[in-house]
Design a protein around this ligand. Structure first.
Ligand SMILES: [Zn+2]
Ligand SMILES: [Zn+2]
Length: 118
């Protein structure tokens, strides 16, 4: 008797699941909701471009922002920023990835969330 897949269609590895009351913690560094990721967290996003922080926080830095090394914390909002955008703007959670990919949703460095493109 297998378990049903999660609603988003992706199977979650058993070792990655966390109890419900901890589900708002970052799966990478266990940062609490609305707190910054801890240094080295693989789930942290670059505050400037929204890409993987990994790729931007070592020299040569964030290429989108002309080589700046992030000097502000990468925030964890308790859920994936794309999920927050999907809910806020009434978009299907699977479609939001495509909308980001084609540039209809863009990263907002001020809020560290995705927003509709102008
Ligand atoms: Zn984290
Ligand atoms: Zn970046």
């Amino acid at each position: 008797m297998g378990e049903d897949p999660p609603a988003d269609g992706r199977y979650v590895r058993r070792s990655m699941t966390v109890p419900n009351d901890l589900s708002s913690l970052c799966g990478g560094c266990h940062a609490a909701m609305n707190e910054p990721h801890r240094p080295g967290c693989a789930k942290a996003r670059c505050p400037y471009c929204g890409g993987q922080r990994y790729d931007c926080h070592e020299p040569p830095g964030c290429e989108v922002f002309g080589g700046v090394i992030d000097d502000k914390p990468s925030m964890w909002w308790g859920r994936w920023p794309q999920d927050i955008a999907a809910e806020r703007y009434g978009v299907d959670k699977r479609e939001i990835f495509d909308l980001i990919e084609v540039g209809l949703f863009v990263w907002d460095p001020d809020t560290q969330l995705f927003k509709p493109a102008d």
